[in-house]
Design a protein around this ligand. Sequence first.
Ligand code: GLV
Ligand code: GLV
Length: 322
Amino acid sequence: MKRVYVTRGLPEPALKPLRDLFETEVWDRNEPIPRGHLSEVLGDVDGLLCMLTDEIDATLLGRAPRLEVISQMAVGVDNIDVEECHRLGIPVGHTPDVLTETVADTAFALLASIVRRLPEGEKIVRRGEWGPWSPTFLNGRDLHGTTLGIIGMGRIGKAVSRRCAGFNMEVVYTSRSAKPDLDARRLDLSELLGRADHVVICVSLNIETHHLIGVKELEMMKETAYLVNVSRGPVVDTNALVEALKAGAIAGAALDVTDPEPLPAEHPLLGLDSCLVVPHIASSSVRTREAMARLAVDNLVAGLEGREMPARYRQDRREQSD
Ligand code: GLV
Ligand code: GLV
């Protein structure tokens, strides 16, 4: 019987197909599996179901002589050395599509919250500092009627852009390829940053997008613009963002992802009222997380049975996972 390892507890119904078919072991603690322990178990498994918190690099892969298949319960696979997997003939599965709409909902929620300054208002209420109504109190920016810049027009970017229609917003975007089917203009990054009233980052993290948004790019944004990130923390240069927020170079930021992650409570970003941070939960609806678990399991089963995975990650089609 083939052996599989799952690096985080999942609901039993999701695990059942694995338990029925393979000798299945689960790291059942509510924290990432320590690297040393993962390295040990990999010595003896055929299939791995992992999370974005597991760093699957060439060293670790070198200690996994039997490993045939990797299935990650996430759409982004930047924590996995996919080139090394390719070289070793190990297919990598991921979970696109099933999370697209939920992540787009969250991106829109972050955007609406930050432009309307809801987190600041909520903190004031909780601190007991809610004074008399005032005409100028917490004046924020509008969302409706603005131009949204979407960086990365893959599945999630498109789902965000669909939501803009209901808010009478114009969409401009950057993307490796044109999307003629969209009612939106494709621009260079610098044009987009200068033109957009607000910016949402939806690209996947890779060598080209690491620190895509740094000092220079933040300078190009409007002073009244808000930045939202639902992709991966390192797409933004965190120090540059802190400085831009302190200097008022942009109006604020709303982040589902940060660098580092988790963000320590004493981090400078958290001392800024203009910054909203939530703990990497963009896909975290009950239904979507269940669908992600099911797809990750289906990918692993298919791979171990020598069938095509329902959702195999392909580098050459990377743009689709923007
Ligand atoms: C979550 O961040 C994912 O990549 O699915
Ligand atoms: C978006 O990144 C998706 O792949 O669903």
